[in-house]
Design a protein around this ligand. Structure first.
Ligand code: SF4
Ligand code: SF4
Length: 257
C-alpha cells in the first residue's frame, strides 16, 4: 500500500498542535514510517512546496490576507484538508477581540508601526476553504491525533466524540463544579475528548475544545444566571475561545446584568 503523502502546515497560532505531533515520541518513528511527510516546516528543512498531497493538516487561524492565499494554495494541492486545533477549527483565542476594530488593535499593540501590517478578524479555515475534517483542542489530544492518523492511513475518516465534556466528567465520577460548587463551568456545551481534564483537577472547563454539536447554550446561560453569574461574566468566559464566541449568537446579548 502506498504511503499517504502528507503536509503539515501552520497559520496563526502558538504551534502547539504541531508540537503535539512532534511529541508523539514512542509513536513518532512509526508515524514517520507510515506517512510520506513532504512538508513540515517546524520539523524539516527540506520541504516540497508544490507536490500534490493526500492529506494536509493545517493548524492556526487566518488573521492576515497572505494566510488566505497560503490556505487556498494548500487546499488546491490536497485531496483531504484537515483542520487541527481550536484556532484552525474555530478561530481560537485570537478571535476573542474580533468585535474590536483592527486599526485600533494594531495601534494598541504595535504603535505607529501597526499601519504597515495587514490584519483581518481571526477566522477558522472553513471561512475560506472546504475543510474535510476537524480535530479540535487547544492543543489537540495526542491520543486523538494518533487514532485519527491510524484511521487516515487505512483510508477511513476518524470518528471523534460528539458528546459534551460533562459526559466524560460523569464517567470519571467527578463532583459537578457547576451544580455542586456553583462554578462557571462550560462542560455542558463543550465537545469531549480531553477526558474532562480540568474538572478532574477541580478547575471548571473554559471551553478550549470548542462547542459540542447542538450545544444548548440557552439552558447553560439560564443555569449560570441562577448560580448568580452576570451576563458579562458568562459572555467573557464564552469569548475565551473562538468556537464558544460562535455559540454566543444564541446567548442573550444584554450587558451589565
Ligand atoms: S464539573 Fe463541569 S464538566 Fe463536570 S459535570 Fe459539572 S458542568 Fe459538566
Ligand atoms: S476540560 Fe474544558 S478547558 Fe479543560 S481541556 Fe477539556 S475542553 Fe479544555
Amino acid at each position: 500500500m502506498a504511503k499517504p503523502i502528507v503536509g503539515i502546515f501552520g497559520l496563526t497560532g502558538c504551534a502547539g498542535d504541531q508540537l503535539v505531533i512532534l511529541n508523539c515520541e514512542d509513536e513518532l518513528l512509526d508515524l514517520a514510517g507510515a506517512l510520506d511527510i513532504r512538508s513540515f516546516h517546524m520539523a524539516m528543512s527540506d520541504n516540497d512546496e508544490d507536490c500534490d498531497l493526500d492529506i494536509a493538516l493545517v493548524e492556526g487561524s487566518v488573521v492576515q490576507p497572505e494566510e488566505v492565499e497560503m490556505l487556498e494554495r494548500i487546499r488546491s494541492r490536497a485531496r483531504l484538508l484537515i483542520a487541527i486545533g481550536t484556532c484552525a477549527v474555530w478561530g481560537g483565542v485570537q478571535a476573542m477581540k474580533n468585535e474590536e476594530q483592527r486599526e485600533k488593535l494594531k495601534r494598541q499593540v504595535y504603535g505607529p508601526k501597526g499601519k504597515d501590517f495587514g490584519i483581518i478578524p481571526s477566522q477558522p479555515l472553513s471561512s475560506f476553504v472546504r475543510v474535510d475534517y476537524a480535530i479540535s483542542g487547544c492543543p489537540i489530544e495526542k491520543d486523538q491525533f494518533l487514532q485519527a492518523a491510524l484511521s487516515l492511513i487505512h483510508g477511513d475518516l476518524p470518528v471523534l466524540p460528539d458528546y459534551a465534556v460533562c459526559t466524560e466528567c460523569k464517567m470519571r465520577e467527578n463532583s459537578c463544579l457547576l451544580l455542586e460548587r456553583g462554578e462557571l463551568c462550560l462542560g455542558p456545551i463543550t465537545v469531549a475528548g480531553c477526558n474532562a481534564r480540568c474538572p478532574a483537577y477541580g478547575q471548571p472547563c473554559i471551553g478550549c475544545r470548542g462547542p459540542v454539536e447542538e450545544a444548548n447554550v440557552a439552558s447553560e446561560v439560564n443555569l449560570l444566571r441562577e448560580k448568580g453569574f452576570t451576563l458579562v461574566d458568562i459572555q467573557n468566559r464564552l469569548r475565551t475561545f473562538g468556537g464558544q464566541s460562535e455559540v454566543m449568537q444564541v446567548a442573550p446579548t444584554e450587558r451589565g446584568r
